[in-house]
Ligand binder design. Structure first.
Ligand code: HSE
Length: 307
């Protein structure tokens, strides 16, 4: 059995407008690379981090915490070294911490001969994710590990539903280069919501799930609305309303905050529209002095993978 594995751990979009903390989908043009290596010496060590300034202490690093949780339960007859080549900027809203947390446990599981299924991997990865967001949720982890669209039916006990991906659905993302910490972006949310907003939101979630099952692009468009979270969080993202109008005017099915922001995503029917939406988003942000990056990605139905 191999002693070392190189993996691609993808970026993800959580919430998908109406599905706060439950819906997510997986991207394929952006993600981290990681190398996981078996060692004779037991324990977990982070030996290399390239790209961003993250802690090497295992207990403070999300990849380390998820690896420790898995290792403490499985008690393997070996240890592991982790190298992280971080392309997803922390605090970007596209699942940076989830990619790290999922990557270590996925790699260890492969090297151990796959004793764990995807649900168990998600469970251990949640322990790492909790370090970053100060709560255990799996709406970035599930799509990273399962691929495609996922719905987290419950976090405890962990129950993940895999949803179908319409074949011609593309995502466009803009990542303004400001950092929003998930914990802070959660702290500004109200504890209670008006009943009418809850009714609108769960109607949208149900409709979106149905639309994914039936590849009904008109219904996707109709359902991609968030009346619960976006009104509070959008104030953290400069030009959010302008980006959203530009995306929708250019033909996007919908546009909303990616995870806890600052990234903003749009979904489009077809790559041509998704690229036009990218240009429209670039036009809006070019007029500001905030640096940004944009991406167009097909929905990644495979998820995390060995390279
Ligand atoms: N569902 C989470 C949130 C995703 O929006 O706070 C970010 O980790």
């Amino acid at each position: 059995m191999s002693k070392e594995i190189k993996i691609f751990s993808p970026a993800t979009v959580a919430n998908v407008a109406c599905g706060f903390d439950v819906l997510g989908f997986c991207l394929d043009t952006i993600g981290d690379n990681m190398v996981i290596r078996k060692t004779e010496e037991k324990g977990i060590r982070i030996t290399k981090i390239v790209g961003h300034d993250l802690p090497y202490e295992v207990e403070k690093n999300v990849a380390g915490v998820s690896a420790l949780a898995m290792s403490e339960d499985l008690k393997p007859d070996c240890g592991f070294e982790i190298e992280i080549y971080k392309n997803i900027k922390p605090g970007s809203g596209i699942g940076s911490s989830s990619a790290s947390a999922a990557g270590s446990v996925y790699g260890m599981n492969e090297l151990l001969g796959k004793p764990l299924d995807k649900i168990k991997l998600t469970y251990y990865a949640m322990k790492g994710e909790a370090v970053a967001s100060q709560c255990e949720h799996a709406d970035n982890l599930a799509p990273a590990i399962f691929g495609g669209f996922t719905l987290v039916k419950s976090a405890c006990p962990l129950h993940v539903l895999e949803l179908p991906t319409p074949s011609n659905l593309y995502a466009t993302l803009i990542h303004p280069q400001i950092e929003i910490k998930t914990s802070e972006s959660r702290a500004i949310l109200p504890k209670d919501i008006p009943l009418q907003n809850a009714i609108t939101q769960w109607a949208n979630v149900g409709s979106l799930v149905h639309a994914l099952h039936t590849s009904d692009y008109d219904l996707i468009k109709n359902a991609l609305n968030d009346v619960v979270i976006e009104p509070f969080r959008k104030q953290l993202i400069p030009n959010f309303d302008n980006i959203k109008s530009a995306a929708i005017d250019t033909g996007a099915l919908g546009c909303a905050i990616s995870g806890s922001g600052p990234s903003i995503f749009a979904l489009s029917h077809g790559e041509v529209t998704a690229k036009k939406v990218e240009e429209a988003m670039q036009n809006v942000y070019s007029k500001t002095n905030i640096e940004f990056e944009t991406y167009v990605s097909k929905i990644n139905t495979e998820g995390i993978k060995t390279l």
